[in-house]
Every structure is written in C-alpha cells, then in structure tokens.
Design a protein. Structure first.
Length: 469
C-alpha cells in the first residue's frame, strides 16, 4: 500500500497508524498537505515531515494531538485572534510564541492556556522549573517548587480524624410518623417568613424546579424552606461565573478592598446573622462561626497581593517566569456542619486568587444563603464572582463534575462524597481537591486557611524568556 510516495506496510504500529489516519482526515476536512520528496528507510516505521496548511479551526488536526512530525498551520490577522486559535482546544500542555517584539510575545504568552510557554524557543527543560499542562493535558506539575508540592500535605492532615457527617437537622424531610411533633410555624426569629432564593449572576433567582425543601432547627422546629436547585440552575450559575472572568484581571489590590468591604458589612450584621444561625447549630457555635468568618475575610484580603510567583534561573540564556494564574470557574461543595465559616474557608481562597465560584451551601442550614447574598449585594462584589445554588450535595455534585465548562471542583464531605467527586470528574479531567474524607477544624487558623488552600486555588504557568544576543 502506498500514499503520497510512502509505502505503508501490511502491519504497522498503532501509533503510526493514528498519525496516518489523522493526516488523511485533516486532508478530507480541507487541509492542503505538503511533504518533502525524500526516501524513507525501508526498515522501521518512519513518517515524512508533513505540513498541513489552510487548516480549519474545527478540524481534527487542529483539535487533537498528533504524536508525529505533522504541523497544522493556520493564518491569523491579529495577535488576539492568534491567542483565540491557540486556546481553541481542550489541551494545553506546552506552546511556543515566536515574534520580533518581546512585548507582544509576553502578552500572548500570558493569555495562552498552557502550562509551559516558550518565547522564541522550544523544548527547554530544567529540573528547577515546573512542567505540566492545563485542562485535558493534565493539571499536575513535575519539577520546580510546584512539582514538590504535588507530593506534600500538611502534617496535621495525615492524622486528621475521619469525617462523619450528621445531617439530622438538614434537608432530610421529616417522616410522616414524626411530622406531628414538628410545629408548622413561621420563622421563630421573626414573624415574617423569609423567602430565600438562589444567587446567580449577582441576582436572586427562583429555582428552575419551583420546589423547595423544609429546613429544621436543633429542636425540630421549622426554620424555613430552601430552594431546591437542579441541573438547569447549575448551568445558569456556571454561565454567570464564566461571564465574570474579568474578576481575574482585577488588580489584587482591588480584590483585597472588596474582601475588606465584605468583612465590614458582615461585622455590621453579626448579631442578626448569629441569632438566625444559632437556631440551626447552637448559640455558641454560631457566634464562633461569625467571628471566625470575619477574621478569615480579613486574612484573605491581606493575602490577595502576597501569594505571587517566582523567577527561575536555568542553565541557559533564559529566565523562567513561574506565574500564578487562577484556575477559572470552580464548583464548591461546602461543609454541612459549619454553614458560614465552612463556606468562607473554601470560597475565599478561590476568589482571592481571581477565580469565580459556583457553591452548593451547607445542606444542614442552606438558609444561610439569604444572609450571604444580602452581604454580597452591598459590598461591591461583581456579579457572577460568587453564585449560590442550594440543594442536595450528592445530586448537585454529579452535575458540577460532569459540566465541561467548569475547571475544578473543591469538595468537602465524607469519604464516599469525595470519591464520587473524583470518579465523576474523570471524564473531562477536571481538577479535584477534597478533604479525603477527613475532618478539618475550620475554627483553627492552621487547618482552615493559609498557603495549603491558596496553592490549590492557583495553577502555575512557566514562561521561558531568552536574553542576550
């Protein structure tokens, strides 16, 4: 069998056949093929260097990796269009930017979604510099400080006790045999029922299903009803989070100012929120949660402009700039046992880093959503940076994990919930970070905040920049 002057043996390696078939498919989709007139060795599996021009951005040779000497070339009119073409794929391992203008090359390198970007060079490696990909090229790192962190976890976490949830006061409906013991009364804090809604794109929204579920307190009294979110609500929340990606371009100083403002407004309403929260988790814990949440807000506001990257000096005429970049849109399954401080402990490091959040609040007391969005609405937080969808964590986790436009999931819960988050995210290689079924003391600043959380809120891009003549 022959094609374009090359003899194809009757039996070929599967990798060789894949390169061959991808090239043929690219030609069938409109690409123009050029190969040099050379004679390949008769022994072994050799493939001619191939240039495919006039490639359409949706062609398989532009979308899929080809592990062979095949170059798919596309034209562009502006640097911005070139960046869009480069990012129009599910992969993001490495990229090269070539330009006479270093300023333009660095601007493009910062926008390309790849773990490594070489400027006017290619295939440079050093053990002191991290290497790894974005998206479906994998999100781990090897080499550099970030590669070492892949193998480390806090010492206290190794001996942390197993997490055992207690959702007796959560969304689980009361059985008919005990329903008579639950008084059907209005909110005990006020005489007016509170209509808690979802919070999507900076607006209060009713659930798509139209359903709500009762929420009961420590004494089995009815505290109110929480909206029951579903797949469409998650879809709307992810769309809102994507529209708010300008948050990542906001300066770290401005992000810090907004977090300080949220802390101030939460402090102003501390007594009111504590009183409502105490009906679900007790007066002592409620007071501790509000105070710890205010402290956590001030802490991450201070962290905004202090968790930065590094510059490596490899043994070449290059420097390697390790840039901390936000992961993107992140789904968060919040702790059930700590409705307020648990939410802030997971959401704050993410938005501090410039990510946007789609959070499923505590299943034990989802009514905290009503207090949260009232604070956010008066604190200059841009619409879509934080989105809240209440409901059953196990059901909404599946929707979040299978959503292809969500970049990562942070999940806190029992071991089975954490395992489900990993298994359900395997299909789209979504980043997953969980508590591994272990208990975290959210009131302890050593366990509940700090570098461990921030390291997972960023992904590191290494940009190699040459210098000298």
């Amino acid at each position: 069998m022959k094609w374009n002057g090359a003899r194809i043996p009757a039996y070929v390696d599967s990798a060789y056949l894949l390169v061959f078939n991808r090239t043929l498919q690219g030609i069938a989709e409109g690409a123009t093929c050029w190969q040099p007139e050379i004679v390949l060795p008769s022994r072994g599996l050799y493939y001619k260097p191939t240039l495919l021009s006039n490639v359409h951005p949706t062609s398989i040779v532009a979308q899929q990796e080809i592990f062979g000497p095949v170059l798919a070339a596309m034209t562009f009119r502006t640097p911005q269009e070139a960046v869009q073409l480069a990012n129009n794929t599910v992969y993001g391992l490495a990229a090269s930017v070539w330009s006479e203008s270093v300023n333009m090359a660095l601007q493009a390198a910062a926008q390309i979604k790849a773990g490594v970007v070489w400027v006017n060079s290619t295939n440079l490696f050093d053990a002191a510099c991290g290497f790894g990909g974005y998206r479906e090229s994998g999100y781990g790192r090897e080499g550099g400080r970030e590669g070492l962190l892949e193998y480390l976890e806090p010492a206290w976490f190794k001996s942390a006790p197993t997490f055992s949830p207690n959702l007796a006061a959560g969304l689980n409906p009361v059985s008919s045999s005990s329903s008579s013991a639950v008084p059907d009364v209005a909110n005990p804090i006020t005489n007016i029922d509170r209509t808690v809604k979802l919070y999507i794109g900076g607006r209060q929204a009713r659930p798509d299903s139209g359903y709500s579920v009762p929420v009961y307190g420590l004494k089995s009294e009815l505290l109110g009803e929480a909206p029951l979110g579903n797949r469409k609500d998650i879809r709307n929340a992810v769309e809102a989070a994507r529209k708010a990606e300008g948050w990542a371009k906001t300066t770290a100083h401005n992000r810090a100012q907004i977090l300080f403002y949220i802390a101030e407004n939460l402090a102003q309403r501390a007594d009111e929120i504590t009183k409502r929260l105490s009906a679900a988790i007790g007066e002592k814990q409620a007071a501790q949660e509000v105070q710890a949440s205010i402290e956590r807000l001030f802490s991450y506001a201070a962290w905004c402009d202090k968790f930065d990257g590094a510059v490596h000096n490899p043994p070449f005429r290059n420097i390697s700039i390790a840039m901390n970049e936000p992961v993107g849109a992140v789904g968060v399954i919040c702790p059930a046992e700590s409705p307020l401080v648990g939410f802030f402990s997971l959401a704050l490091p993410l938005i501090c880093a410039g990510n946007t959040v789609v959070a499923v609040p505590s299943e034990k007391y989802p009514l905290i959503t009503g207090d949260l969005y009232q604070v956010f609405e008066t604190s200059d937080l841009p619409a879509g940076v934080i989105n809240l969808v209440t409901g059953r964590s196990s059901e909404l986790l599946k929707v979040l994990a299978e959503h292809d436009d969500l970049d990562a999931i942070w999940c806190y819960g029992e071991e089975s919930l954490c395992s489900a988050a990993k298994a359900l995210s395997a299909g789209n290689l979504k980043q997953v970070w969980t508590n591994e079924g272990r208990k975290i003391d959210w009131f302890d600043a050593v366990q509940g905040e700090g570098r461990w959380f921030s390291q997972h809120a960023y992904q590191v891009k290494n940009i190699w920049v040459p210098y000298g003549e």
